[in-house]
Design a protein around this ligand. Structure first.
Ligand SMILES: [Fe+2]
Length: 322
């Protein structure tokens, strides 16, 4: 096996200097590297303090608009699609229509970025909530296996390295449980969820240009999407509530959107049966397709499952079968 090359401090400093003066494209050309590797060097340079941030204006509060914060990912996109799926709660033996449609669209659209917006992993046996009756749930090992299988299908279909997994409250159960019960195992391989899925870049939030943020959750309630974009001051794409919708908000700055991705699982799937006590759910199964066109974000589109059993899915006024 070839030895892994370590990046030296001098290389990081050099990349930072080039990036500051000439930007990403020239830096990539100069160093003979693909842009995603330059992005990696830039992240290292920011972390080491060689780059302040992406040279954006400083507000009076002293906070930069795209301040580098642990867990925050900042990306730039001029033209291309972003596919965002949320709340997969993948379950052994179930492949939802939304998941099949997501994989199909990854293959057909070849998105610039693919985002799983939290709660990919369910973690039902390591929840802080007590067991309901004698319900039987998949083990952690079974869940990790099914998440690996489903995310593998997405990786293979998407053909991009721009894969993001933003942490959801269910995903967080994995480390929360281990930190509480086996604190001595901190930093041991496999004791973080992300270590099982190295192809996916983890974070709390993904900021695109200066007009969009994608994260698992923010405000709650029936007006969550409106409040999210109102309080974030930019288009805000969340999951968590499973209630797929796109809410526009226009002010003197133009129009932005509060978006709930819905759930990639089937709303009446086995993972939700007991804890929702078979109540009606104001949920919709599907995901979101966003597009940057000449640097502008167009209104994000919902892709919605019409019929789980028949595998019918709608995008705009088109219906397709998966
Ligand atoms: Fe959630």
């Amino acid at each position: 096996m070839p030895a892994r090359r370590t990046i030296t401090d001098a290389q990081i400093r050099h990349a930072a200097q080039l990036y500051r003066e000439f930007g990403p494209k020239h830096t990539a050309r100069e160093l003979g590297l693909p842009e995603y590797k330059v992005e990696y060097l830039v992240r290292k340079a920011i972390h080491a303090g060689y780059l302040a941030d992406r040279a954006t204006p400083i507000f009076e509060s002293g906070m930069r608009r795209t301040q580098s914060i642990e867990g925050r990912i900042q990306k730039h996109l001029t033209d291309g699609y972003i596919l965002i799926g949320s709340d997969c709660h993948y379950f052994p033996g179930v492949v939802s229509a939304a998941h099949r449609a997501f994989v199909k669209m990854c293959r057909e659209i070849r998105p610039a970025m693919v985002v799983l917006n939290g709660d990919v992993f369910d973690g039902s046996t390591i929840s802080r909530h007590p067991r309901i009756g004698w319900d039987s749930k998949p083990t952690v090992a079974e869940e990790l296996r099914v998440v690996d299988e489903r995310t593998g299908e997405i990786e293979e279909a998407a053909g991009t390295r721009e894969l993001y997994w933003l942490l959801g409250n269910h995903d967080a159960r994995y480390e929360t449980f281990l930190a509480a019960h086996t604190p001595e195992f901190q930093n041991v391989d496999g004791f973080t969820l992300k270590s099982h899925f190295p192809a996916w870049k983890p974070g709390w939030s993904l900021f695109i240009n200066d007009d969009c943020v994608i994260k698992h959750r923010f405000k709650g309630g029936i007006h969550a999407t409106h409040n999210n974009t109102l309080w974030a001051g930019r288009t805000t794409i969340t999951g968590h509530l499973h209630s797929q919708r796109v809410t526009p908000l226009s002010d003197y700055n133009g129009t932005r959107w509060g978006v709930d991705c819905g759930t990639m699982a089937a709303p009446y799937g086995p993972q939700f049966q007991d804890y929702t006590e078979d109540n009606p759910k104001n949920w919709r199964s599907g995901f979101v397709l966003a597009r940057y066109w000449r640097g502008r974000l167009l209104e994000p589109q919902t892709v919605t499952v019409l019929d789980e059993e028949a595998g019918l899915v709608r995008l705009g006024t088109e219906v397709f079968e998966v």
